[in-house]
Design a protein. Structure first.
Length: 364
C-alpha cells in the first residue's frame, strides 16, 4: 500500500443514538488547530434517534457519512471506517468523547518526527459533571516503547491490572499508522462486544516496532451512565467461557507472533483466563452496585456467569497457579479455588465496592 494520501488523518467515529453529543463532537474536530488535511468518517450504526435530522444542515469539509440499515455493533462500524479511510494515520473516537484543540498537532508531529506507528497520551475520564479525573500513566516524561518494551507490556498486562493503564492497550484517542492495519489485515473482531478495543490493540501492537507516549492530557473519555453494561450486552445470551476463549486465542496468537515459547504462552494463557474471569465478575458487580442495570436482571446474569466460570475445567486447573497482583482482589481467587458460587458472589460484591470507592477518591 502506498503511504501517500491526500489526508494525513482519518477520524473514525461509530455512532449509535448519539444525537446529544454529535454536534459537539463535530465542533471539537473542526476547532482543531491542525493546519493539514484530515477527514471525518461517521458510521451510523442504524441509529433510531434524530441522527439524520441533526446533520441535515451541517456542512463540514471532508465529512463523510455512512449509514448501516441494521445495527451491527461498534466493531463492525469501526471496521467499515478502517476500510473507507484514506489517511496516513487513523484516529478512533466515540461520539460522546472529547479531544483537546491541539490533539492532532501533537500526535501527528510526534508520529512523524521519529516514524512512530502508534502514539498515545494521558486522558481524562468523565463519569458525570462532578466526577472528572485525569488518568496518568505514572511516567515523569514522554516515553518511547521499543519492540522489547511492547512484548514485556504484553506479558505483564495479564499479571498486573495497573499496567493496563499504560495506555498501550486500547484504540480511542491514539494515532495509528493506517498502512500497518491494511498491510496486516487488522480489524476488530465483530464476534465480541467486551474488550474488543483491547484485543484490537493486541493485534496491532504485535506488528508495531516503536510506540510513543506523550505526557499530556489530549483526550477525554465519557462514561455514559445510560449505556447498558457491555458485560451484560455480551454475556446475557453468550457463554462466558466461550467469550474468554475467543479473547485468549487472540492473545495467544499475538504472543506466539512476537516469539514467546509454548511453555511461556501456556502459563500466560492460564493467567489470562483467571485475570479476565475476575474482570468480568468485578465489572458486572460494579454495574449492579452503580445501578447501571436492573438489579434482578444483573444478579441473574451474574449467577449464570459464576456457574459457567467456576465449573469450567480449564478454570479449575488455572486457578491453582494464579498469582494476583497487590492491586487486585485477594478474596476472589480464594473464592474461585474453593469453588462455592455464594462465596464468589460475596467476594465480587466486596471488590466492586472497593473499586467504586477508589474511583470516587480519584484513584485507579
Amino acid at each position: 500500500m502506498n503511504d501517500v494520501s491526500k489526508f494525513l488523518i482519518s477520524v473514525v467515529i461509530p455512532v449509535y443514538n448519539g444525537k446529544d453529543y454529535l454536534l459537539n463532537c463535530l465542533n471539537l474536530l473542526t476547532e482543531q488547530d491542525f493546519q493539514k488535511e484530515f477527514e471525518i468518517i461517521l458510521v451510523n450504526d442504524a441509529s433510531s434517534d434524530s441522527f439524520h435530522q441533526i446533520l441535515k444542515n451541517v456542512e463540514i469539509k471532508n465529512l463523510k457519512i455512512f449509514n448501516f440499515e441494521k445495527n451491527k455493533g461498534q466493531s463492525a462500524a469501526r471496521n467499515f471506517g478502517i476500510k473507507e479511510a484514506s489517511g496516513k494515520y487513523i484516529f478512533f473516537m466515540d461520539v460522546d468523547d472529547q479531544i483537546s484543540k491541539n490533539s492532532f498537532n501533537i500526535l501527528f508531529e510526534t508520529a512523524e518526527k521519529e516514524n512512530f506507528d502508534y502514539v498515545f497520551s494521558d486522558f481524562q475520564r468523565i463519569e458525570n459533571s462532578k466526577n472528572q479525573r485525569t488518568d496518568k500513566y505514572n511516567y515523569a516524561e514522554d516515553l518511547v516503547f521499543f519492540k522489547n518494551d511492547i512484548i514485556f507490556a504484553m506479558e505483564r498486562e495479564l499479571y498486573d491490572p495497573t499496567l493496563g493503564h499504560l495506555g498501550l492497550f486500547g484504540c480511542n484517542g491514539r494515532l495509528i499508522r493506517r498502512k500497518l492495519l491494511v498491510d496486516n489485515n487488522i480489524l476488530f473482531d465483530e464476534n465480541i462486544r467486551w474488550l474488543e478495543d483491547k484485543i484490537f490493540a493486541w493485534n496491532v501492537l504485535k506488528h508495531v516496532q516503536k510506540a510513543k507516549y506523550v505526557r499530556e492530557q489530549l483526550y477525554s473519555y465519557f462514561v455514559n451512565p445510560s449505556v447498558k453494561s457491555a458485560i451484560v450486552q455480551s454475556l446475557s445470551s453468550v457463554n462466558s467461557v466461550e467469550l474468554l476463549e475467543i479473547i485468549l486465542n487472540h492473545i495467544k496468537k499475538s504472543l506466539k507472533f512476537v516469539g514467546l515459547k509454548d511453555d511461556q504462552i501456556k502459563k500466560l494463557y492460564n493467567q489470562g483466563l483467571i485475570f479476565f474471569s475476575i474482570q468480568i465478575l468485578v465489572s458486572l458487580s460494579r454495574s449492579i452496585s452503580l445501578k447501571k442495570i436492573n438489579n434482578d436482571y444483573g444478579l441473574k446474569v451474574r449467577k449464570k456467569i459464576i456457574k459457567e466460570i467456576i465449573y469450567f475445567p480449564k478454570v479449575r486447573n488455572a486457578i491453582k497457579f494464579y498469582k494476583p497482583s497487590k492491586e487486585e482482589s485477594q478474596l476472589i481467587p480464594i473464592a474461585l479455588k474453593i469453588g462455592i458460587p455464594y462465596f464468589l458472589e460475596l467476594a465480587c460484591n466486596f471488590r466492586a465496592r472497593q473499586v467504586i470507592k477508589k474511583r470516587r477518591l480519584g484513584k485507579n
